[in-house]
Design a protein. Structure first.
Length: 381
C-alpha cells in the first residue's frame, strides 16, 4: 500500500527519546518540553510558544483567551476538519459557517459581505442581525498548508474589532514571500495561532499541538490554564478552571528531532508536488490545485481536482484503493454535520463543488519517484 501521509523519522528521534527515558523524564516535565518551545519560537520568530497535547487543545485555549463566551458567535469555514469547529461548542458559543474560495480557504469576499450586510456595530461589538449575538472571533484555516488571504483577513478583523485565530495545524513552515506580511509565518499574523503535530502532519510528536499568541500575557495565561491552573502547586490551590493539556517530555523529544528536519521535508514536499504537477499536465481530466503564489507554502497535502463529470470521485478512490493506493476525499462539510444543521451558514456554494470533485493523493515525505509514477499510471486507467 502506498499510504496517504505517514511520518518520516530519519533524524535524531531515537537518540532524544532514549535520552528522555534514560533520565526518567517521560511525563509533562522535562527539558525537551522547554527546548521544543524555545526552538519553535525561534523558528517562527514569536515571543514564545506553549506545546500541548493536541491542535484541538490549542484551538480551545485560543478561544478562551480571545474572550469567547456562550453568548457569542465565531465565524468558521465549512470546508475544514471538524476539530477547527468543535472547540467553539466546547465553550457553548455558536459557529457561523462560511464558504471557501478556489484555494479551498475561507472566502474573504463572502466574509466581508456577511460582516457588512448581516451585522451591525454596537457598543458590545459586532452583532449578528439574525441571532443578536456578538461575533467575537474568526477562525481561518490554512487548508492543506496553503496560506490564506491574511492581509484581507487581518484588515477585516481590525476594522470590526474581531479576534483572528489561525488554525495552522496543516501549515507549519508556510510563510509570505512578499506583501504586508513578508517573511511572516502562518499562525503569527492573527491574534492566536494553533498548530498540530499529529501523526500525519509534516512533522509529528505522535500526537500534540502548540499555541502562540501576539500578547505574551495571554500566552502565559494559556500555559497556566494548560497545566490545571495551578496557583500553588504544593498546596493544590487553583483559582481558575484549568485543563490537562500539556505535552509530555517524550513527545517533545520527538518534536525537537522532527523540527531539525522541517526545512528539508518542505523542500522534498515541494519537489514531489511539482513532479506530480508536471505528470498530470499531460493528462486530460485531472489537475493539482495551486498554492498561494505570494507564499512559500509547506505543500502538506496535494489536492487532485477532477475536471470531467465522467470521473466519479468515489469510483476513482475505489479503483486507487484496489491498486494499493490510499487516498481520501475532502471532509464532509461542517455545516451539513448533524450537530450543526441549525447553525447559520452564509451562501455555501463552492465548498460543495470542491467537496464533490477533490481527492488527496499520496504525499508522504518518503514518497519515491516510483511511487508517484505508479499513482499517475493508475490515474490514467
Amino acid at each position: 500500500m502506498i499510504p496517504l501521509s505517514v511520518p518520516c523519522l530519519m533524524g535524531n528521534e531515537m537518540n532524544y527519546i532514549a535520552d528522555a527515558v534514560l533520565n526518567g523524564w517521560v511525563s509533562t516535565a522535562g527539558g525537551y518540553v522547554k527546548q521544543l518551545e524555545h526552538n519553535m519560537s525561534k523558528y517562527l520568530g514569536t515571543n514564545g510558544a506553549v506545546v500541548l497535547q493536541s491542535g484541538t487543545a490549542a484551538m480551545h485555549l485560543a478561544l478562551i483567551l480571545a474572550g469567547v463566551t456562550h453568548e457569542d458567535e465565531v465565524v468558521v469555514p465549512t470546508l475544514t476538519f471538524i476539530a477547527a469547529v468543535n472547540p467553539v461548542k466546547y465553550i457553548g458559543a455558536e459557529p457561523v459557517f462560511m464558504d471557501c474560495d478556489d484555494t479551498l480557504n475561507i472566502d474573504c469576499d463572502k466574509l466581508e459581505d456577511f460582516l457588512i450586510k448581516e451585522c451591525i456595530k454596537t457598543s458590545l461589538g459586532l452583532q449578528n442581525k439574525l441571532t443578536k449575538k456578538i461575533i467575537k472571533a474568526i477562525i481561518v484555516v490554512h487548508v492543506f498548508g496553503n496560506m490564506a488571504q491574511m492581509e484581507r483577513l487581518r484588515a477585516l478583523a481590525d476594522e470590526y474589532d474581531i479576534k483572528l485565530i489561525e488554525d495552522t495545524t496543516e501549515a507549519l513552515g508556510t510563510y509570505y514571500l512578499k506583501g504586508t506580511y513578508q517573511e511572516q509565518f502562518a499562525g503569527t499574523i492573527g491574534d492566536f495561532g494553533a498548530y498540530s503535530f499529529n501523526g500525519n502532519k509534516i512533522i509529528t510528536t505522535g500526537g500534540g499541538g502548540m499555541l502562540i499568541a501576539k500578547d505574551i500575557r495571554l500566552l502565559e495565561k494559556g500555559r497556566y490554564l494548560s497545566t490545571q491552573a495551578k496557583d500553588d502547586a504544593l498546596s493544590y490551590v487553583h483559582n481558575d478552571i484549568g485543563y490537562n493539556y500539556r505535552m509530555t517530555n517524550m513527545q517533545a523529544a520527538l518534536g525537537v528531532a522532527q523540527l531539525e528536519k522541517l526545512e528539508e521535508y518542505i523542500e522534498i514536499k515541494a519537489k514531489n508536488y511539482h513532479y506530480y504537477e508536471k505528470a498530470l499536465k499531460e493528462m486530460e481530466g485531472y489537475k493539482l490545485l495551486k498554492f498561494n503564489d505570494k507564499a512559500r507554502n509547506n505543500y502538506w497535502f496535494y489536492s487532485l481536482f477532477l475536471q470531467k463529470d465522467s470521473v466519479n470521485r468515489d469510483d476513482l478512490m475505489s479503483r486507487l484503493r484496489e491498486n494499493q493506493i490510499e487516498t481520501r476525499p475532502i471532509w464532509k462539510l461542517n455545516h451539513t454535520q448533524k450537530m450543526y444543521l441549525n447553525n447559520q451558514s452564509y451562501y455555501i456554494e463552492k465548498a460543495f463543488h470542491y467537496w464533490k470533485n477533490v481527492i488527496n493523493i499520496p504525499c508522504s515525505v518518503n514518497l519515491s519517484t516510483e511511487d508517484m509514477d505508479y499513482v499517475v499510471q493508475i490515474l490514467k486507467g
